[in-house]
Ligand binder design. Structure first.
Ligand SMILES: Cc1ncc(COP(=O)(O)O)c(C=O)c1O
Length: 386
């Protein structure tokens, strides 16, 4: 049976865009490009979730999330991100940042509208805009500038249909952290052109080289025009627990609520109790993890220097964006051949838009000894191509 004429136009637009997922790990393959952190949530988070289960927390919660969690998030945003939100009216707890970003685009973009994003970028934004019949306009950045957005390029890309900038800092897949000065320039442009900013900060704790993560909403005049997206996935090793949040002015949050309700009703209740524990305990458990990721970053850079492949020095998130142009292969060819010939998995740079052609995404998420084994295979494979 051919189902084509049953499928909605939007389903046909995004059909096939996810590629194939292998659900069973294949023996011998090493994933050196994975976006999943390799540590467990801290014990206090696990215990809180166990308690939630044993005390029978199995029902819907408030649509916006349990009050304890919203208070904890508001406190965290005030203390760490320097921005005040009312936990009752200005927050929604979501099923991860993934839900949050779809809700944000559903709320802000009509068919025909567009949002601008520095590219290479997280690919989900493209798919979501496409589902909605809106357009994501990628604004290219280059390796030469460490994939920092040139604000005049952002300005030049604005059209009468532009509703928002999407700023992801630190960024997936480039590992670029936007410094405060540049964020201020973006903020000024958003104010001058009366645009909103969707600020995806899910990698906020992965910051290297003494850099500092700054939240867009904390900048002067930006609280009222920023939708902040954050998540517990990367910050607490909770990717499968699906917990994130949206913070925005009350009127926008009210407008978002029907979309959140339509898709989720509420975020998973057990995860929400885990989230309270996550935010109410000190974060010192993360120090050794960050140190380990930083060590892997240095080992990666050393390996690339050794074989002579350029890269943009990552200052945030846990990715390393590798320039494979010296091999003469396209991103897609490199990734396929690395899989077939070296049994290594990478993401092609093109997954984050055309500006990523000639690059692959490596990651800091693989532990020893597979990490070293993978890098040895990588070096041998690349040397064979040069
Ligand atoms: C930039 C960015 N935003 C959002 C997400 C989705 O994260 P979550 O697991 O919180 O849904 C990811 C996941 O990799 C990401 O890289």
């Amino acid at each position: 049976m051919n189902y084509d004429h049953y499928l909605s136009e939007r389903a046909r637009r995004v059909r096939g865009s996810l590629g194939k997922q292998t659900s069973v790990p294949i023996a011998g393959l090493i994933n050196l490009g994975s976006g999943t952190p390799d540590f467990l949530p801290p014990t206090h988070v696990m215990e809180a979730m166990q308690n939630a289960i044993t005390s029978g927390r199995a029902q819907y919660t408030a649509w916006r999330g349990i009050p304890e969690l919203r208070s904890a998030i508001a406190e965290k945003l005030a203390l760490e991100n320097n921005v005040l939100y009312d936990p009752d009216t200005e927050l929604i707890v979501t099923a991860g940042a993934q839900e949050a970003l779809m809700v944000a685009l559903m709320t802000l973009c009509d068919p025909g509208d567009n949002a601008l994003i520095p590219s290479p970028h997280y690919d989900e934004y493209t798919r979501d805009a496409n589902i909605l019949g809106s357009t994501l306009i990628p604004v290219a950045t280059t390796a030469e500038t460490g994939f920092q957005i040139d604000v005049s390029d952002l300005e030049a890309a604005i059209t009468p249909q532009t509703k928002a900038f999407i700023i992801v800092t630190p960024n997936n897949p480039t590992g670029t952290l936007i410094p405060e000065q540049k964020l201020r320039e973006i903020a000024r442009l958003a104010q001058e052109r009366d645009l909103l900013v969707i600020s995806d900060e899910i990698y906020e704790y992965y910051v290297f080289d003494g850099m500092k993560h700054v939240s867009m909403a904390s900048l002067p005049g930006m609280r009222e025009r920023t939708v902040t997206i954050n998540s517990f996935s990367k910050s607490f090793g909770m990717t499968g627990l699906r917990l994130g949040y949206l913070a925005a002015p009350a009127e926008i949050i009210d407008a978002m609520l029907p979309f959140h309700h339509a898709m989720m009703v509420c975020a998973p209740v057990v995860s929400q109790y885990g989230g309270v524990a996550a935010l109410c305990q000190p974060r010192d458990w993360f120090q050794p993890i960050l140190a380990e990721y930083d060590w892997r970053r240095h080992v990666w850079m050393q390996a690339l220097d050794e074989i002579g492949l350029p890269y943009a020095r990552p200052t945030g998130a846990y990715y390393i964006f590798i320039d494979i142009r010296p091999t003469g292969l396209t991103s897609g060819e490199f990734v396929n051949r690395a899989r077939d010939e070296a049994r290594l998995i990478f993401q092609p740079g093109t997954i984050g838009g055309g500006a990523g052609e000639g690059f692959i995404r490596g990651a800091l998420t693989k532990a020893s000894p597979e990490f070293e084994e993978g890098l040895e295979r990588f070096k041998t494979f690349v040397r064979g191509l040069l």
